[in-house]
Write a protein that binds this ligand. Sequence first.
Ligand code: NAP
Length: 373
Amino acid sequence: FMFSSGLNFQDLMARQGAIDSPPKTPFIMGSECAGDIEQVGEGVENFKVGDRVVALPDHKAWAELVAVPATSVFALPPGMSYLDAAAITMNYTVAYILLFELAHLTPGKSLLLHSAGGGVGQAVVQLAKTVKDVTIFGVCSKSKHEALKNAGTIDYLLERGADYSNEVRKISPEGVDIVLDCLCGEECNKGYALLKPMGKYILYGSSNVVTGETKSFFSAARSWWQVDKVSPIKLFDENKTLSGLNLRHLMYQHGSHAFVRRAVNQVYTLWSEGKIKPTVDSTWALEDVPEAMQKMHDRKNIGKIVLDPSLEPKPKPATPAKGKAKDKKAANQEEKKASSVESEEGEKKKEPELTNGTSEDKSDSDSKEKESS
Ligand SMILES: NC(=O)c1ccc[n+]([C@@H]2O[C@H](COP(=O)([O-])OP(=O)(O)OC[C@H]3O[C@@H](n4cnc5c(N)ncnc54)[C@H](OP(=O)(O)O)[C@@H]3O)[C@@H](O)[C@H]2O)c1
């Protein structure tokens, strides 16, 4: 039974059909949820009814009842709230694998991170700072710089879209030890070029594919085309390493459940020791998912967006009556028409108040959003 759920960038991509093998529509979205076990399948021994758990299903997480293979379910450590579980599990597990399994982060290393203000970005920053003397170059939208500067965890904030490579070189002429790239496309080449000898570049997302409100084959093709195809001989000559991480594939195509479980347990241990605390941007009722997604799409979230089904949905602004926007002449013409088909049309003119508005009134939606960090 679901009590809390996370909104991830992958959900935006799934909505656009921009992930590989998206489920057939219609389908229930969501790839992470926390709650209690309501029923246990045959042969499952490590969980029982009533256990407090978090699950990372392949979609279908945004529902009251979620059916998920036991291999993708993780017991919550004592004292962890459902909200924290939804904010931590996916993002910190990805961040943990990136930093400690793939990049082998050690004291004194430097790190370039894209979307540094986002859910995974903030998890990477916190985990990286558990290691001594790590320097973080964080690239993100300019609008987030002030808030992130105040948080004080990113050493150098760089602006997305600007010549960040040049900025990094001004501070560290030899480049960086680790590049974590969730954008793909031209950032791959820039990231690779910024690596010091023995440096590691890791691709873990393709956010650049999202350019508009719907899937664009052109963006996907461009993103692929822009990436230099690097030969192992070049890596050998330059002493560089390229890696990739796709948690969904790791769990649902490659069957590496034990590996992921170990990483989740490491993350929960760090949480139990008080070393990490999720940055939650905002929490939303399930009914308000479209607005929550829009906030992410508009690049406005700092940290994780969480869904909480116990919250009341925001009141939606009433849609103005159709006639209002029309000029007087058109209104008069309509009146005449109406008088000729009296009773039926008379009813149609009574415009009902719509309650499923898409909330174009942003200020209204933002003011009622439950800011939780
Ligand atoms: N490999 C894996 O297994 C795995 C798992 C989870 C997430 N990820 C990846 O990690 C990245 C971050 O995921 P998240 O869930 O934590 O989301 P998030 O970073 O909170 O996503 C929102 C942020 O993405 C940035 N962004 C970059 N390109 C964008 C675009 N085209 N449209 C809108 N926003 C864009 C924006 O920040 P700025 O404008 O500040 O950059 C925005 O605020 C994503 O690429 C995601 O696919 C990978």
